[in-house]
Ligand binder design. Structure first.
Ligand SMILES: *[C@@H]1O[C@H](CO)[C@@H](O)[C@H](O)[C@H]1NC(C)=O
Ligand SMILES: *[C@@H]1O[C@H](CO)[C@@H](O)[C@H](O)[C@H]1NC(C)=O
Ligand SMILES: *[C@@H]1O[C@H](CO)[C@@H](O)[C@H](O)[C@H]1NC(C)=O
Ligand SMILES: *[C@@H]1O[C@H](CO)[C@@H](O)[C@H](O)[C@H]1NC(C)=O
Ligand SMILES: *[C@@H]1O[C@H](CO)[C@@H](O)[C@H](O)[C@H]1NC(C)=O
Length: 463
C-alpha cells in the first residue's frame, strides 16, 4: 500500500512532465519508436529526453560552531528566499519557519519564510499537518506548502514544511532542516512526497541518483566556517581517492546499514549485530547504553560520571591517541581521537586540572529518545567521503558508499586541540565528588547530564 502511494506519486509526476515535453514539440516519438522498438514506451522516451537535461549540482557547506551541524543554502519560492538549512540524512522533511510565527523561540530564527511574497507558493492541505518529532526531543508543528526549491544549480517544485509552532534548539544561524531521506515506504504522518530526494528521483532531474557528501573538519568557534560540500546528482571525485565501497541499506529504515564491527585502538569490541543510520543530522553518535559502555570502557582513563546531579555521562581525556573504528561491509571508517573526544564539551578534574571531553559514543537519556538503530553522525562521517545512492537497489532503500578522503593523511593524525579554540562553557552547574575508573578527584562538570551534553550536540533523526 505504501509502495502504491509512491508509484502513484511517481507516475503523476512523470505524466505531467511528459505533457510538458509533448507540448514543447517532442511529438515525433512514435516514429522513432517504430525504428527502435526498445523506445516504444513514451515515458521512457520522456525520461531519455529529460536525462539529457538532467544535472549535477555541488553546493558548499558551512560548519556550525565546530561541526555541531553542517548547513547548505536552499532557496524557496519566487524569487528565492534563502535559508541556511542543516543537512539531515536522518529525517525526510525540509522545513523552515513561518514569517509570522510568533513566540520567543520562533523569533530566534533569523530567516523565515513568507508564502505571501512568493507567487509560486501554494498551500498543500492534502499533505496534512507538519508534526515532526526528533530523537533529541525537538519538535515542530506547522503546515505544508509546495514551492520552487533552488538548490545550487537545481530548480524543482517540492513540498516544504512551514513551521508555526517551534520547539527546537537549532544553533544560531541555522534556519531549519533539510531532510535527506530517500524513503521506500510511508512513515506515519509523513506525506509520501515530503522527501525531496524521492521527488528528484521520480522526475529524473539528476544525472545520477546520488548524493555525495564531504564534511570538513573545522577548528573554529565561528558559526559559519566553510565546512565541506554536498553534491546532488553525482559525486565529487576530487574529494576522495580509490574506489567507493558500498553497503546495501536495510529496508527497515532510510540510510541504515549493518555494522560489521567496532574497534578501539584496533581491538574489537564485542557488539551484537546492529543497524546504524548514517545521519548527518546527528553531531556525534547515539548508541545503546551497553555499546556506549563497551566502547568508552576501552578508552584509557575514561570516566562514567554516574554521581552527577541527575544524569550519566561518559567523559574521556581531551588528549589521547586511541582511534575508534567502525566497519561496514568491506570498509572501515576510523575516527581519530581528537575528533572522538568532543573538544567543545569540556570537563575539568578539579584536583589535577586534567581536561576531559564528552565522548562521541553517547547513549540516550533525559528527553532523548531510545531508538532501535544506532545513529552514527558527523564525528564518523567527516572522516570519509560518503555517497547516498538511491539508484542501485532503490526498491530496498538504496545503499551507502564510503571512500577515503583526499589528503586524508594530513587530516587523520592524532591532533590535539588545546587552548582557547573551544566554546567556553557556561558556569559550572554541578560537582561530582565521586570517582570512576580510577580517575582521581572531583569533576567540575559544565553539563551535569548526558541529556545536556547531547543538547550541545544535536540529534536530528526523526523518531
Ligand atoms: C504532534 O504529534 C505529537 C506526538 O504524536 C502529539 O502529541 C501532538 O498532539 C501532535 N500535535 C498536533 C498539533 O497534532
Ligand atoms: C503563516 O502564518 C500566518 C499567520 O498566522 C498564517 O495565516 C499562514 O497560514 C501561515 N502559513 C503557513 C504555510 O502555515
Ligand atoms: C590536497 O592537498 C594538495 C596539496 O596540499 C592541495 O593542493 C589540494 O587542493 C588538496 N585537495 C583537496 C581536495 O583538498
Ligand atoms: C568484500 O569484498 C569481497 C570481494 O570484493 C566480496 O566478495 C564480499 O562480498 C565483500 N564483503 C562484504 C561484507 O561486502
Ligand atoms: C585548533 O586551533 C587552535 C588555535 O588556533 C590550535 O592551537 C590547534 O592546534 C588547532 N587544532 C587542530 C586540531 O587543528
Amino acid at each position: 500500500m505504501l509502495v502504491t502511494t509512491f508509484l502513484a506519486a511517481s507516475l503523476g509526476l512523470a505524466c505531467s512532465i511528459f505533457a510538458n515535453a509533448a507540448g514543447t514539440g517532442v511529438v515525433t516519438v512514435p516514429m522513432k519508436a517504430l525504428v527502435r522498438p526498445e523506445h516504444q514506451n513514451a515515458i521512457s522516451l520522456t525520461k531519455r529526453y529529460l536525462q539529457r537535461r538532467s544535472s549535477t549540482s555541488t553546493s558548499s557547506l558551512k560548519s556550525v560552531a565546530q561541526d555541531v551541524m553542517y548547513t547548505v543554502t536552499l532557496g524557496i519560492g519566487t524569487p528565492p528566499q534563502l535559508f541556511n538549512l542543516a543537512i539531515d540524512t536522518g529525517s525526510p522533511i525540509t522545513w523552515v519557519v513561518n514569517k509570522t510565527c510568533s513566540g520567543d523561540s520562533c523569533a530566534d530564527i533569523f530567516n523565515r519564510f513568507d508564502c505571501l511574497s512568493s507567487p509560486t507558493c501554494k498551500s498543500s492541505p492534502n499533505s496534512g499537518i507538519l508534526n515532526a518529532s526528533y530523537v533529541s526531543g525537538d519538535g515542530v508543528v506547522g503546515d505544508y506548502v509546495t514551492d520552487i526549491f533552488s538548490l545550487g544549480s537545481l530548480s524543482f517544485s517540492s513540498l516544504a514544511g512551514i513551521v508555526n509552532s517551534y520547539n527546537a534548539q537549532l544553533p544560531p544561524t541555522v534556519d531549519g532542516i533539510m531532510g535527506l531521506w530517500y524513503t521506500i515506504r510511508q512513515y506515519k504522518k509523513i506525506p509520501s512526497n515530503a522527501a525531496f530526494l524521492n521527488v528528484l528521483k521520480d522526475s529524473d532531474a539528476l544525472t545520477q541518483p546520488l548524493v555525495g557528501i564531504w564534511l570538513d573538519e573545522t577548528n573554529s568557534t565561528s558559526l559559519t566556517t566553510p565546512g565541506g560540500e554536498i553534491t546532488f546528482g553525482g559525486v565529487d571525485p576530487s574529494r576522495f581517492t580509490g574506489g567507493i565501497t558500498y553497503v546495501d541499506c536495510d529496508p527497515s529504515a532510510p540510510w541504515t546499514i549493518p555494522v560489521g564491527s567496532v574497534s578501539v585502538n584496533g581491538k574489537k569490541i564485542a557488539v551484537t549485530s546492529a543497524l546504524a543510520t548514517i545521519d548527518t543530522g546527528t553531531s556525534a553518535m547515539l548508541l545503546p547504553e551497553v555499546v556506549s559502555d563497551a566502547i568508552n570502557s576501552a578508552i584509557p582513563r575514561s570516566v562514567k560520571l554516574t554521581e552527577s546531579a541527575d544524569g550519566i555521562v561518559w567523559i574521556i581525556p581531551c588528549e589521547g591517541d586511541t582511534p575508534v573504528s567502525f566497519t561496514f561491509g568491506n570498509f572501515t571508517a576510523t575516527i581519530p581521537y581528537h575528533i572522538f573526544a568532543i573538544q567543545n564539551i569540556r570537563y575539568k578534574d578539579i584536583e589535577t586540572g586534567a581536561l576531559y571531553c564528552a565522548s562521541s559514543a553517547m547513549f540516550a537519556t533525559g528527553s532523548v529518545s531510545v531508538i532501535s538503530n544506532w545513529l552514527l553522525g558527523d564525528t564518523l562521517i567527516k572522516n570519509v567521503y560518503t555517497v547516498f545512492d538511491f539508484g542501485t537497489n532503490a526498491e530496498t532503500g538504496g545503499r551507502v558508499g564510503f571512500a577515503e578522503l583526499t589528503n586524508k593523511s594530513s587530516t587523520i593524525v592524532n591532533k590535539v586541540t588545546t587552548g582557547g579554540a573551544n566554546i567556553e562553557v557556561d558556569e559550572p552547574i554541578g560537582l561530582s565528588k565521586d570517582r570512576g575508573n580510577g580517575a582521581s578527584g572531583g569533576f567540575l562538570v559544565p553539563y551535569t547530564t548526558q541529556a545536556l551534553a547531547l543538547a550541545s550536540t544535536v540529534v536530528f533523526a526523526l523518531i
